[in-house]
Design a protein. Sequence first.
Length: 766
Amino acid sequence: MALDSNKIADNFIDQIKQGSSPTPKIDNTVVVTDDTDPSAIGGLAALGATIVGAGVLAKRIPGARTLLQNLKKDITPNKTFTPNKPVEEIADIPTATGQSSELITTPSKELVIGRSRIGEVQNIPFTQGKGYTEANPLVGSATFDRIMEAPFEKGTAKQWSDWLVKANRADLKIATGPLTGVSRRVSPDELDELNIIKFDKQGKGESGFLKVMDDQKMEVDRETLLELVKNSPVNKLKTIRLGVRGDPEGDFISIQSSFRDAVNKSGVDTSSGNAEISEFVERINNNLRKVINGSYAQKESIPSGIYTEIQDDLVKIGRLVDNPQDFSKILVNFNRDLGKYNSYSKKLDKPEFLRFRRDKSENPNFYPTYKTGMGYTYKMDAGENFVEDVVFYPGRVPNTAKGKFSPIDEVHYIDNEIGFIRYDDLANPKLNERFGLKPNARHLRISEIQTDIHSPQFSDNKATYFKRKINPFNRDAELEILKKQRAELLAKKEPFEELGRGISGLTKNQRQELARINYEIGQLEKSGLSKLINNQVIEDTTAAPLSRSWPDYAAKSILRTMAERGINAVSVVPSPMNKAIKMPSFSTLGDEINYGLMDGKALIKTADGSIKKTNQLAVNVAPFAKLAKQYGAKFELFPMPKSNPDKPFKVIAEYTTRGGRDGKNIKAERIHYNKKIGDQYIYEDHVGAANSYDEALEIMRNREGVIGDRGKLIIKEMGSGNPDLYEKVPTLIASDDVLRKFLLPMKAYMKVGGFVDKTNIFKGLL
């Protein structure tokens, strides 16, 4: 039965007033097996091999549309403005229409005067005129609204370019209604990726649809530009989410310990006792070790041959001992944890566009499960609820030979991959101690926010990357015009060729005209679109969406994840305690720019080749600082747990750096350490936590092959209050009230999230 939209809106408001989180609508593209509460175990929902749409990176809010409709009484009634005489554009002063005079431009003789259509979108901004419906992607467009509010229906390309470039202003904000004060500036990134116009450093058109129209002296109507916005590739992005719940390795190790206790309690001497029981015990121990190893790697589900043998042997032992209830309980717990793990290890069905090549043959370049999994050195260990979100473009890339982007490096998972985010979370009692948050408040730790399609611009492949950066989207309109232009030039050239006398037989004026035609044809052939103009395709393109907005996009998706799962803190793991320790490569800078030093600041290389610490936050850290300021969250250096505080036995990899060899990198803060002994600097990386010493030994057994010679494994007992359990790193901390704001719409091309600015627009509701 359909729900009444007004009731949904009232429910949304009531939930906020009552201090609870607005309930996100469950997206039916997310595979959830047996969960009724997304926060039931470790606060994660739908962490298996699932495909989620852009609506999961920016999940729809029930009743958001009607929420704003119910608040219309606070909005100044809009009256569209039709200019009847030339008016010079002046300062951003609100007018009686609810617009600003900034929206009124000086018409020229070429301008087809019309009226601003701002009234159609003013009360439902950023939604491409659709409003806040469940079908509307929440990565909407300020560009759409800017085009709608233009006071002309048709104009020259230059007039449209000027209109759009003037919208890249910090002071351009919504003037009325519940969203008063929210930025509506138009990002050059969005205009570029929509292929409407790409501006150079001087603010002049460099390429794109409007540049071609300007070159051709052609007028452009409003509807044409609106169609380009509707075809935005960002609106089509999807996410594959891979992951597990809780700590599966720890769960199975606990079952192993319980099994050993039950065997000891039974009084069976497995070395000389009942041969049949001894066989069962040995086989269960061996199979449990295989299960533990597999659940640590998290690369695939537990094979049925292994777990059915464990199940059968537990039943058989239970029939032969005096304490069958102990083995029955172990079987129940094993089946529970097995089902939990395997349900999140299902293999994906390949998306249709990835399943086959253009020639209908199978496409091998699709990886439906982890490529790296646990134990991969470039990530934090000892966490829980490990997740990998892989963002990709779900379809053939238009106007390209292969139908896909061409990253300089190989993709990690699938074709048309934009980037991926690896993270986990842990309980952090420090959050309750410091801020009075709930006792079980959790802390999310981000090991990677990476994009291979865009990161080569920082490497030796920079020239190749930018040479191939030809936007394949929204090309049809300009291509038709360029093809027509080329055909007209060839037609003009034909009479000269038909003369048959060669250039020496032409008059001076004819030679000049032919030279002009050949020049114009040559200019077309030299352009990046030359193959497209000749009815061919682009061989390679690196022009994937979010080339300059990926860190912002990733940060916003993480904040929504936190809100959906009730996680109160998030940190980007700094390079000095991650890659610099476990995969050191100090000849180049990269992670110090992307992930920062221990205080979050970036390290750069100067013109003379030396390295210098900046006052700027690293690329992946800066968005969280901006979003914290915007939404009223805290952003500060805060203790982040290195392993589960509730499990006292820590398995630690000690990484040792000698000051003599790497002294300059230690001095430059590129390598982090916890203690110094002589000229040795030692960092303690927690790779696991256990409830007992024996369980810690089992974890250590799994880590030996992973750590290798790079670190020395030890076991330490450590309480939750021990400062050695934590590292102070830049952290965003959000109370439950702030988390609710993260459920509100966020926009891809805004430097900050979306519907919350310096002032809290929902203050009246909270």
